[in-house]
Design a protein around this ligand. Structure first.
Ligand SMILES: C[S@@+](CC[C@H](N)C(=O)[O-])C[C@H]1O[C@@H](n2cnc3c(N)ncnc32)[C@H](O)[C@@H]1O
Ligand code: SF4
Length: 368
């Protein structure tokens, strides 16, 4: 089964560190965008069962909930959702409300992701977030009233972030009983406001050793609370790993609709435009850029994404699907990494040893 990603490219304010495709726009543009998005959903609809739908952004919760309902109606008309389909919407704490939560639930959304980042107002302000910790405390009980399955996003590597901020944020968020926490390390993207502030020494970021220490502290705090790592940055309670994300990491197929969205179908990747005006004036959603992935590219992607997961890379499936035997091709390197306790092999899966995830990039580089 395939997945569907729906991009909502609107935010109330651009955070200083973010380079995702998103605009601060008025209601008229948002409404026109949703009209176009629905046209695109109709043009791609196949009536097939979907394993997951992810309404991401940008900030989908910044749209009026009637627009989300219209999108879900189109999805239901063009694809089939089953009782097991995971349907997620991303949100910011300040743009959620009880009415929105009720509407999301009523239109079939069964998983919420809330971008908290950190429960420290000085840091939130320094990275350009518009929400406060209090808004998280206010909305989280309502989220857990309407949803049993929900995620909080948090971030490491933020200016002036201390060990205490991390333990405190995770512990307080856990009181709302989330099923999932994503813990991302800040990537300093070029041409963002934060990038320039750092280059001009207006903001100093923690060095990489400190971020690794904070990651390990976050990892053990999450583990003690029953949130187990299943991918480098993703932690969940048992049975609550994200179906949508697992599909990406296992190189499964997916449709993508909306500005800047990608699709991956029949070994071809399709790219939508990143330009809002171009998207709004499009009439034929088929005239988009596509590329056929070479076998080598598919192998590299499988290895890279597979080893980011705790369960690792299914080497038998890799051999069956792409006729590539990594155990033979990289025999000496793998033996060496296994003997030095960087890699392990269990039941068809080659995986990075739990305590070596902090050097995973180096390990993956040796294998591709
Ligand atoms: C693209 S946002 C969309 C959801 C929502 N607007 C929000 O901010 O939570 C999803 C997540 O990406 C992460 N993110 C965005 N930019 C990042 C960056 N430069 N480095 C690391 N994580 C980033 C944040 O943790 C954020 O919660
Ligand atoms: S992090 Fe989220 S809220 Fe901030 S600019 Fe990016 S998409 Fe928008």
């Amino acid at each position: 089964m395939r997945s569907l990603y729906i991009h909502i490219p609107f935010c109330e304010q651009r955070c200083y560190y973010c380079d995702f495709c998103s605009y601060v726009s008025n209601n008229e543009i948002k409404s026109k965008y949703v009209d176009k998005l629905i046209d695109e959903i109709y043009s791609k609809g196949t009536d097939e069962n979907l394993k997951s739908v992810f309404i991401g952004g940008g900030t989908p919760s910044s749209l009026h909930y009637l627009l989300i309902e219209r999108i879900m109606t189109a999805v239901n008309k063009c694809f089939r959702l089953t009782n097991d389909s995971e349907i997620t919407i991303e949100s910011n704490p300040n743009s959620l409300s009880e009415d929105k939560l009720k509407a999301y639930k009523n239109c079939g959304i069964n998983r919420l992701s809330i971008g908290v980042q950190i429960l420290n107002d000085d840091i939130l302000k320094a990275i350009g977030r518009i929400h406060t910790s209090q808004q998280v405390y206010d909305i989280a009980p309502l989220v857990s009233k309407y949803f049993t399955n929900f995620n909080f996003d948090i971030m490491l590597g933020l200016p002036n972030q201390t060990s205490n901020d991390i333990v405190d944020t995770i512990t307080k968020l856990n009181e709302f009983n989330p099923t999932h926490i994503s813990m991302y390390s800040l990537i300093l993207e070029e041409n963002t406001n934060l990038y320039h502030k750092v280059k001009n020494n207006e903001i100093i970021l923690p060095d990489s050793d400190e971020v690794v220490n904070h990651y390990n502290l976050g990892l053990s705090t999450l583990h003690d609370l029953g949130l187990e790592r299943y991918e480098i940055s993703n932690f969940s309670k048992a049975e609550y790993q994200s179906i949508h994300n697992l599909n990406y990491w296992e190189c499964g197929e997916y449709y993508g609709v909306g500005l800047s969205a990608h699709s991956y179908i029949n070994k071809e990747r399709f790219y939508n435009t990143c330009n809002l005006q171009d998207y709004l004036s499009q009439t034929d959603f088929k005239t988009i850029y596509k590329e056929k992935l070479s076998i080598q590219e598919m192998i590299e992607e499988r290895v890279m994404l597979g080893l980011r997961m705790t369960k690792g890379l299914n080497v038998v499936k890799l051999k069956n699907d792409l006729s590539y035997d990594i155990m033979l091709d990289k025999k000496d390197i793998i033996e060496n990494l296994v003997n030095n306790h960087f890699l392990q092999f269990n039941d068809d899966y080659l995986s990075i040893c739990q305590d070596k995830f902090y050097v995973s990039n180096g390990i993956i580089e040796k294998l591709i």
